[in-house]
Design a protein around this ligand. Sequence first.
Ligand code: PLP
Length: 386
Amino acid sequence: MNLFDVYPVNEINIVKAKGSYVWDDKGDQYLDLYGGHAVISIGHTHPHWVKRIEEQLEKIAFYSNSIRIPLQLQLAEKLGKVSGKEAYQLFLCNSGAEANENALKLASFHNGRKKIIAFSKSFHGRTSLAVSATDNKNYIAPVNETENVIFLPFNDEEALEDCFRENGAAISSVIIEGIQGVGGINIADDSFLKKIRSLCDEYGALYIADSVQCGYGRSGKFFSHDFAGVQADIYSMAKGMGNGFPVAGIIVAPHIKPKHFQLGTTFGGNHLACAAALAVLEVIEEDKLMGNAVMIGKYLRDELETIPQLQNIRGRGLMIGFDVPEELNPLRKNLLWNQKIFTGEAKPNIIRLLPSLALRKTDAEQFIDALKEEIENMVTIPNPAR
Ligand SMILES: Cc1ncc(COP(=O)(O)O)c(C=O)c1O
């Protein structure tokens, strides 16, 4: 049997990982500033995470949600404390798309409405509603086409006001990433998020904060939406939540009441997933990783600003993007093949940095030195990607 070929891949076989480094089968070491797409939050194979999962595995890995699972409550309590959203309610699932799917569905159950507002360059996942709210026609199958999603320009308060004025009574929810990830690291303005909050309140719609990529401390605050000082009705979470163990969830504001059987899952919130997620929160708290994300993120952005060829350096904490001019197009590939550094990309010509929140200053310095060297080589001798 062959694999179903859905992505272009780099021919690298990673066999070992520790902290911010990974090693391939030839023994070559790579600095990982991509984290398998913002997933590695506390560092690869963190000893506390490994221990927690191993210990849980010896006891019980899985049972379904037909029984009480005290680890879920422990996770909810810890998440409430670390995120500062203690009054919210936790529903656990398995992936970011599933979290958003449940959030959109729950909003519709709650207010009985159908329309969703989403924004240009958004990415919310591949499942049916999540993908319908994603601004990329290539991902939307004919069966997912719907008139229920209204796309508006990102950060355009006037367009948002007009849309609510025209369709207010039909709008169930507004879904927005606090910092767009796949769309190229675009920060939602604080005033825009405040406007969403006030219009949702005025018209009885729910504010869904997609925090799958920009959440879990990556921005330096637990949710990047916190920068605007607003409380969303539902926050979706995934990626960094399990540090690579598949676990996701939504947290739901106290005014939204649960009804039996509206949401459900077989695997979501299993024992092993809870153990992994608890380990992540314990390390984030113990090692003060949100503070580290602020500090190392600032160092990186300040250093990037000193490199004249790079444009539009942006981001918060350890969610950073910058534009690369046309002539430096192969930069990301060259960083990977010549310097052994993984970074992320967004089209066209955007490099994204999504490292572990435990990234050390020495790792960041290594990246900056390597980046300068590559740019210098490319400016003097054109250096096509391998
Ligand atoms: C903002 C955002 N939402 C949702 C998703 C979908 O998450 P998953 O791939 O876990 O389904 C992603 C994935 O990149 C994302 O960046």
